[in-house]
Design a protein around this ligand. Sequence first.
Ligand SMILES: *Cc1c(COP(=O)(O)O)cnc(C)c1O
Length: 353
Amino acid sequence: MEIKFQKAAKLKEKPDAHELGFGKYVTDYMFVMDYDKEDGWHDARIVPYDEFMLDPRCVTLHYGSETFEGLKAYRTEDGRILLFRPEANAVRMQNSNDRLCLAKIPTDMFVEAVRELVKVEKDWVPDQPETSLYIRPVCYGTENTIGVHPSDSFRFFIILSPVGCYYPEGVNPVKIFVEDEYVRAVIGGTGACKCGGNYAASVKAQEKAEKLGYTQVLWLDGVHREYVEEVGTMNVMFKIDGKVVTPPLEGSVLPGITRDSIIRILRDWGYEVEERRLSIHELMQAARDGKLEEAWGTGTAAVISPIGELNYKGELTTINDFKTGELTQKLYDYLTGIQWGKIADPYGWTQEI
Ligand SMILES: *Cc1c(COP(=O)(O)O)cnc(C)c1O
């Protein structure tokens, strides 16, 4: 793929690595390419970060014709830059785009775009502990029409944001509110896609949880409001009586790349991992019986996020005395060790830029 480069007149000052937060800053450049029926994906370019102009009829503004991805570039101690499983993000975006009737981006194009942009912005990959460069690819419909039908033109862009810890709490247990009113997804819907629409429908519950003093919500399934699905924007895992239980990928749960990696690691470590439906009643009973040993969320942004408390209909349960569990910590250290190139990667998941 030929990528044109347009130089910025002036580069931004890099922020202090200790004040990055999550998503506050963007780098100097972005990747953009466009799609139409005649030319397919064309006009790939790396250009100074800037605003887009939208026609008020743009289909995305009206009908949410949008998908996105999230991955990171990590700086190793010896200064190299690593990506973690970018092909998996490419494939997932293809699946999301298929469901939302957006043009697919071939894997090699997607990965090349990510690699070339990060290469241009390599000085933006921070080197302090727990920091990385968050990569946000987005695809959206650009047809200007008020009628509802699949868009016939699209834009794909990638922006970059140097980030610190996802939660201001750092890698510490968070309090989770079990949401039994609002639902995130149903089988047959778009729960397995990474699309803005899922988030549009979920921020209300997030707002409610925050008002009650909770960091995130635990989603229950949309039909019975009984089976555990995800925790906020992460997949969720529970260590119950020595085994690890996580909801199956049946269409309403996002197939997380961190989830997939953690399952692989756990099985290699000899843990039994059950991908099965887990009802909130079974979970609360396990907690009452003292069998709920650890719980954590998995996702690129926070990697592993320990869960310290659950509130289900006013019944509170504290997990592992509100301390990060031993296995949770071990998984965090191991996976982030691979991602930051501190330990050997036996899976071939990382690739250098
Ligand atoms: C992105 C995302 C995840 C985590 O996926 P990763 O590939 O591990 O980052 C989990 N749940 C939802 C709803 C997401 O959007």
